[in-house]
Design a protein around this ligand. Structure first.
Ligand code: ADP
Ligand code: MG
Length: 381
């Protein structure tokens, strides 16, 4: 990807880039839709990465190009937010300016190459914003800490592009360490690296979404509405995930549907995720896997964010004896993860999932074995 980003930069702008950085996609092991509810998540970085090569440009102007369409977008990034993908890069520039990493009249040229599939639930958007934030701060000659990079990337997507995302994707893309999952408590932003030696299959169903076009923002609004009602019961409640797990009966009485089911998922998923992190620390992969199945069921039934293709992958994996499986990355399509014990089992499960997927949909899903990879890094140019 590094070579591709550099080659695209040269072909588009007729000169060499001055700096480059890359950031990974991610899969979330467990903790679905808990992030924007102030709860825990447990992602790992994957091998697929986005590389962003950058160089100086005309004052106040962003020129950006991506291998996805090869078209150069040119905007005055402070005055207008471009439509489409370039908005993510413009958002990063605005945030770097807000943090005084860049001057207000900064100009930049940006070339993007990636092997993170877009809209597959593997967080191509955070791989892009984190890599862009890192590369553009290198261009400015400033050392920006990984946590700040994550914050800049988060606000670019949340405040400028307008996706009501949580902080998970940007945090794991910026902070991941190889061979570890990262437990992120999204309310306090306390993070903890936990060794993850499991083997995963990421099954991309090929069902594509753009978060802006799914019920994602609707779910965020439902959670806010549930929180407001629960505050009547418990005035000091700041986050939905802080609702006491033992008070399920009270929660059910306080909330009408569909808010009740949404809140039940969020509260249950927070408990499951913290327990899952403990099990991982003790290398209890079998019990950990069982929680993945429970999480999927909760996503499907209570949060209604699954898709038939995802359900089929999970059911097939379970029948074929996988340790665990669940949809990952918001849902409504995208990818599922399957936790497997050994390399031979990887092959057997891949074949089983392909067979049943082909029977149902007449095509193969894309299946990639994944180990926990590393976070954002500088790339040589
Ligand atoms: P994901 O689950 O992949 O993060 P999102 O809907 O959050 O899905 O983000 C996908 C959007 O991010 C794309 O529609 C595009 O605007 C932007 N994006 C991601 N990767 C790239 C890339 N390599 N080049 C240009 N834009 C990208
Ligand atoms: Mg995204």
């Amino acid at each position: 990807m590094r070579q591709q980003a550099i080659a695209l930069f040269r072909a588009s702008f007729g000169t060499r880039p001055r700096a480059a950085a890359s950031a990974p996609g991610r899969v979330n092991l467990i903790g679905e839709h808990t992030d924007y509810n102030g709860g825990p998540v447990l992602p790992v970085a994957i091998g697929a990465r986005t590389t962003v090569a950058v160089g100086p440009g005309a004052p106040e102007v962003l020129e950006a190009v991506s291998t996805i369409d090869g078209r150069i977008v040119r905007v005055r990034w402070r005055d207008e937010l471009p439509s489409g993908w370039a908005a993510y890069v413009a958002g990063v520039l605005r945030e770097l300016w807000a943090h005084e990493v860049l001057p207000p009249d900064a100009g930049a040229r940006v070339a993007i190459a990636s092997d993170v599939p877009i809209g597959a639930g593997l967080s191509s958007s955070a791989a892009l914003t984190v890599a862009a934030a890192r590369a553009l701060s290198l261009l400015a000659g400033q050392r920006v800490a990984p946590r700040q990079i994550a914050g800049i990337a988060y606000r670019a997507e949340h405040n400028h592009v307008g996706v009501r995302c949580g902080v998970m994707d940007q945090t794991i893309a910026a902070l991941a360490t190889a061979g570890h999952a990262l437990l992120i408590e999204c309310a306090s932003l306390v993070t903890q690296a936990i060794p993850f030696r499991g083997r995963l299959l990421v099954v991309d169903t090929g069902v594509r979404h753009e978060l802006a076009a799914t019920p994602y923002n609707e779910r965020v609004a439902e959670c806010r509405a549930a929180l407001l009602r629960l505050k009547v019961e418990l005035p000091e409640l700041l986050w939905l995930t802080a609702w006491p797990a033992a008070w399920v009966g009270r929660l059910k009485r306080a909330l009408p549907q569909p808010l009740r089911n949404r809140a039940l998922h969020v509260v249950g998923e927070a408990t499951r995720t913290r327990f899952a992190a403990q099990l991982l620390r003790r290398s209890q992969l079998t019990r950990f896997g069982r929680l993945l199945y429970e999480s999927h069921e909760s996503c499907r039934r209570l949060y209604e964010c699954s898709a038939p293709e995802l359900d089929l992958v999970v059911t097939t994996a379970k029948r074929a004896g996988a340790l665990g499986a669940r949809m990952t990355g918001a849902g409504w399509g995208g990818s599922a993860i399957v936790l497997v014990r050994s390399r031979p089992e990887e092959g057997r499960l891949t074949a089983a999932i392909c067979r049943s997927f082909r029977r149902a949909y007449g095509r193969d899903p894309d299946i990639t074995p994944v180990r926990a990879g590393r976070g954002a890094r500088r790339e040589p140019v």
